[in-house]
Write a protein that binds this ligand. Structure first.
Ligand SMILES: Nc1ncnc2c1ncn2[C@@H]1O[C@H](COP(=O)(O)OP(=O)(O)O)[C@@H](O)[C@H]1O
Ligand SMILES: [Mg+2]
Length: 236
């Protein structure tokens, strides 16, 4: 097997990267082998979540590793790509060489975004970086995942429509709404699937099905080691 590599990245913290990563990892692991790579030192909230989880569940299909540099990340991918179905990589809350490396080795990039103007402003610089990364990784499929959406709030809908108009990056139809279950379940080492909120659970299941359908059509990525690639990783 060659693992499908899915990164969750954004140039901002608090957008839901680790939450989305943990929840997708649990749903995928119900029927596949999943490795998570936590690239957010020193917080490492994904690894912290997993160690809380390890006291609750014995899971053969789900594990976590940490990478603090591009070379650690590449080494982990090389070592594990033939032993897992999915590798999910959780990024830092700012762009750094490891985040740029993630863009180069992934099949799919999930970009969590809340429908608020402040988040959209910072997203514009990330989009410029993404355009550059796609020149080196033509196979990359980036997709915006709306998170913390408040239903029936007019400004949210306006922001979503505005982004649709002004960006060429695709968006998942499935949105994750603002629900306490995402916060509470993560704090206890669980996913929303193992929690008491059927709406949040259904949101994550339908998002994970959409991801699986899209990612299986994508070809494996061959990372070039050219000087231009090294330069992009170092400086952007
Ligand atoms: N859909 C959601 N509804 C409610 N709270 C959320 C949702 N997604 C994330 N959060 C909360 O937002 C905060 C930031 O999420 P986190 O996943 O740590 O972001 P990041 O990894 O991008 O820094 C956390 O407290 C998390 O529980
Ligand atoms: Mg995080």
């Amino acid at each position: 097997m060659t693992a499908k590599i899915i990164s969750i990245a954004q140039s901002k913290g608090g957008v839901g990267k680790s939450t989305v990563c943990a929840n997708l990892a649990v749903t995928f692991s119900q029927s596949a082998k999943v490795l998570m790579i936590d690239c957010d030192p020193p917080q490492n909230s994904l690894s912290a979540w997993f160690s809380v989880r390890a006291d609750l569940y014995e899971e053969a299909g789900l594990s976590v590793e940490k990478a603090a540099t591009p070379s650690q990340l590449f080494a982990l991918i090389e070592k594990n790509k033939n032993s897992f179905d999915y590798i999910l990589i959780d990024g830092a809350p700012h762009v750094n060489p490891t985040v740029r490396a993630m863009l180069l080795i992934s099949n799919m990039l999930i970009i969590p975004l809340a429908p608020s103007s402040v988040e959209i402003w910072s997203f514009e610089t990330f989009e410029a970086l993404l355009t550059k990364a796609i020149k080196f990784n033509k196979g990359l499929l980036p997709k915006i995942c709306w998170n913390r959406v408040r239903r029936r709030v007019k400004s949210s809908e306006e922001v979503i429509q505005g982004v649709k108009k002004n960006t060429h990056i695709a968006q998942f139809k499935n949105k994750l709404t603002f629900r306490v279950a995402y916060m509470d379940s993560f704090a206890e080492g669980c996913s929303v699937y193992e929690w008491t909120d059927p709406v949040a659970s259904a949101e994550i299941w339908s998002l994970s099905s959409a991801i699986k359908r899209a990612v299986h059509k994508l070809e494996p990525i061959n990372l070039s080691r050219s000087a231009a690639v090294q330069d992009f990783i170092k400086k952007g």
